[in-house]
Design a protein around this ligand. Structure first.
Ligand code: MTE
Ligand code: MOS
Length: 757
């Protein structure tokens, strides 16, 4: 039986459950050094002097490293390369790495870190979007505090707005979100012979880390090697940040020619690593009398923090997706990545779109309420169907399951029975339902298309087991299992014999990042290409063994080869085939190299085929609110997804459950607070409140399959989508229960009672 489409057990489950999986902190090397980071205690300032003398005399300390000692280039390679590994001249956020204390033990390094004297002349920091874009704002980045800006312009939104029957205008704000992966950032850098450097660590983009290791050590890439260790969650937070940690460990390993271990404590991970960008969205939408959108003007700002890091890429995705999955002939989106003196923000599941989704899905709900239309029907009216045109003018010519996600979610959530005008709801405890619809471009899209390729190296071993080295990582999302299913079916091998291993930059060329829900589609396709090369060799061997005249007469499924005309006759097992393959001296390896289908983007207008394909989702949330106290509970979330094809339905459901809970946290509790000097106040799990199992609502996952013809077995990719539309669905449900509209996340009882904005 083929395994694609069935819920095969996870390859990594048992080791993780038993607690024997090894995370980076579980590793050691002889002669290892321990590294602790000294951080800026100011949000902005001139770096006057770093006095290392006291720290250097402390027991066990072998050195204190500062910027001028970086052997290679003191810049984290990413997009604009403006972030240093160690601060130089200025510090630009509270918590920025200033020095590295290196000692024989972790305790000694920690002890000594308190004795490094950092003298900073404080400057007035810029701490928020509105502050940074004010005309009289201090200039902290170039002459306008803007890292990057984009434009999506179709038709004439200003003119069309004048003709609209109804016009709606609102501002929405979204907060930071901390990834809260179970495993904090950490790496070990191990120097080798002839100037080489190997870095092991927790990460989702080994090839970005590879760039950082080569840059920090000042060595060629063929001397740098990065091996991903079992990674306890990434969620986008380990896209850019491991490059910082790995670069720093590399610097130490290089300078002392000894292995160097740098593992973050939770508190410093929260202070210093990337977060979801806070967003400010100004929306003006014009409709006809029925609520069909005819014009949209959207200004989207994100708080990028002190360095540009991934802001340009995150912003581009949000710009393209700004209106959500709705037809509109006249749209103008302008977006700005804003510099502030706070931690640099980066990728987090959804990548710049949950912010605009909250705005757009709240707005369309507000339109429905004002025009007295069922919020679900207004989405059916405006939503993308096969043949619709996106904001960038792209025609959705296949695999567009949005309407089916709406219809399935409606049915399963009993929307019709539950939705009611809030004015008609009575009593102190009230229920309400809310809906959101989402689309999501799979892969890096036109903005990052030069990186959208993936390699696979596949080898059939002598014993019939199959080894697949891939360019994307497993970080908990189930990639190793799902890809093994694809490889097994494509090759005709039994699932149990296929091993997809963690990424090692020595085994595959730079395959881009593991982000943007691209793994199933991209690595899946590259595995299929490799399998397509190996399979004819297996069939040739099988034909010989079965006495067939040609390989065309042979079938190979699930590890069994047989004559097509005699399916009940002689069978040859995969192990026998493999042994013969070697005896025949046929090449047992193949390399798959997959390039993403084309996408395009016009710099001036933002028009083009922004992404090669989109996934779709509809969430319906049901909430219960105590009108007296404002306390509320999310009772149920129905979550319907079109991901093309569910390669492993159980993994799909797992992604929906996990993503939904993260979305619930974003909607209702997560928030980072700073004091007036830009110091983060809640950098611990005791104060940064996350949803737990106690807060988990009933989650009803629904799989909708509209296959994509370029996808492996029709799959698109959807790992991020489950989080993305949860916040507006809950917020719209709160409105439906109470008549109170929340335009600034997170939703809190105080806001429902009108005691807080
Ligand atoms: N699921 C788990 N368990 N752990 C993770 O770190 N990351 C999410 C999502 N689901 C993540 C996860 C993010 S941000 C992305 S981009 C996708 O998985 C990446 O995986 P995929 O390409 O296989 O969909
Ligand atoms: Mo996911 S935010 O694209 O790593």
């Amino acid at each position: 039986m083929p395994v694609v489409g069935t819920s095969m057990p996870r390859k990594d489950a048992l080791d993780k459950l038993r607690g024997v999986a090894k995370y980076i902190d579980d590793y050691s090397f002889s002669d290892i050094l321990h590294v602790v980071t000294v951080r800026s205690q100011h949000a902005y300032g001139r770096l006057i002097k770093i006095d290392k003398s006291a720290a250097e005399k402390m027991p066990g300390v072998v050195g204190v490293i500062t910027a001028e000692q970086v052997p290679g280039k003191n810049a984290v390679p990413l997009v604009f390369d403006d972030e240093p590994f160690l601060a130089e001249g200025y510090v630009r956020f509270h918590g920025e790495p200033v020095a590295l204390v290196v000692a024989e033990t972790l305790e000694q390094a920690q002890e000594a870190a308190g004795h490094v004297r950092v003298e900073i002349e404080p400057l007035k920091p810029v701490l928020g979007i509105r502050e940074a874009i004010a005309p009289d704002a201090p200039r902290i980045y170039k002459d306008d505090n803007i890292f990057s800006r984009y434009n999506v312009c179709k038709g004439n939104a200003e003119e069309a707005m004048k003709k609209a029957v109804h016009i709606f205008e609102q501002e929405y704000e979204t907060p930071y979100q901390e990834h809260a992966y179970l495993e904090t950032n950490g790496v070990i850098a191990v120097p080798g012979l002839e100037d080489s450097m190997t870095v092991y660590g927790s990460m989702q983009c080994p090839f970005y880390v590879h760039d950082a290791v080569a840059a920090a050590a000042g060595i060629d890439r063929n001397k740098a090697r990065v091996v991903q260790t079992t990674t306890g969650g990434g969620f986008g937070g380990k896209e850019d940040f491991p490059s910082v940690v790995a670069g720093q460990a590399t610097i130490v390993a290089k300078l002392f020619n000894r292995p160097a271990k740098l593992i973050y404590k939770r508190e410093e991970d929260i202070i210093a690593s990337s977060k979801r960008h806070p967003g400010l969205i100004k929306m003006k939408v014009g409709t006809d009398e029925r609520g069909k959108i005819v014009a949209a003007l959207i200004d989207y700002y994100v708080d990028g923090g002190a360095y540009s890091t991934l802001t340009p890429i995150v912003l581009w995705r949000g710009t393209v997706h700004a209106l959500g999955p709705y037809e509109c002939e006249n749209i103008h989106v302008r977006s700005y990545g804003v510099a502030t003196n706070k931690v640099p923000c980066g990728a987090y599941r959804g990548f710049g779109s949950p912010q605009v989704i909250f705005a757009g899905e709240s707005m369309i709900d507000e339109i429905a309420v004002a025009l007295k239309v069922d919020p679900l029907e207004i989405r059916r009216l405006n939503g993308y169907k096969l043949g619709s045109k996106t904001a960038t003018g792209q025609v959705l010519d296949q695999s567009c399951g949005l309407m089916e996600t709406i219809d399935k979610a409606r049915e399963r959530s009993q929307w019709a029975a539950k939705w009611q005008d809030p004015a008609d709801r009575k009593g102190n405890v009230r229920r309400g339902v809310g809906i959101s619809s989402v689309y999501y471009g799979v892969g890096l899209g036109a903005g990052g298309k030069h990186l959208d390729r993936v390699g696979t190296s596949m080898t059939i071993m002598k014993d019939g087991s199959v080894h697949c080295a891939i360019g994307n990582v497993e970080m908990g999302q189930g990639a190793r299992t799902v890809l093994a299913q694809i490889a097994a079916d494509a090759l005709g091998a039994p699932f149990d014999l296929v091993n997809v291993v963690e990424t090692d930059t020595n085994m595959v060329p730079d395959s881009g990042p593991t982000v943007a829900s691209r793994t199933t589609f991209m690595s899946g396709n590259s595995l299929m290409l490799a399998a397509a090369e190996l399979r004819p060799r297996l069939l040739q061997v099988a034909a010989d063994m079965l006495g067939a005249a040609s390989p065309a007469e042979v079938e190979l499924i699930d590890g069994q080869a047989f004559l097509i005309k005699d399916p009940k006759g002689q069978k040859i097992g995969f192990k026998e085939l493999a042994a013969k393959l070697y005896a025949y001296r046929l090449m047992p390896s193949a390399f798959g190299w997959f390039i993403a289908p084309d996408s395009s983007y016009d710099k001036e207008t933002g028009q083009g085929n922004a992404y090669f394909v989109y996934s779709y989702c509809t969430n319906i949330a049901e909430v219960e609110v105590d009108m007296e106290t404002g306390e509320f509970k999310v009772i149920r979330i129905t979550s319907a997804h079109d991901m093309g094809k569910a390669i492993n339905p159980q993994q799909v459901e797992g992604q929906i459950e996990g993503g939904t809970l993260q979305g619930l946290g974003y909607a209702t509790m997560e928030e980072i607070r700073h004091d007036a000097n830009g110091r983060m106040l809640n950098n611990a799990f005791a104060t940064y409140i996350l949803p737990t199992t106690e807060d988990t609502p009933e989650i009803d996952p629904i799989i909708v399959e509209h296959p994509y013809d370029r996808g492996p077995y029709g799959a698109k990719g959807f790992g991020e989508v489950p989080l993305m539309g949860v916040a507006p669905a809950i917020s719209n449900a709160i409105y439906n229960a109470t008549g109170v509209r929340i335009r600034r996340l997170p939703i809190k009882p105080e806001k429902i009672l009108g005691l807080e904005d």
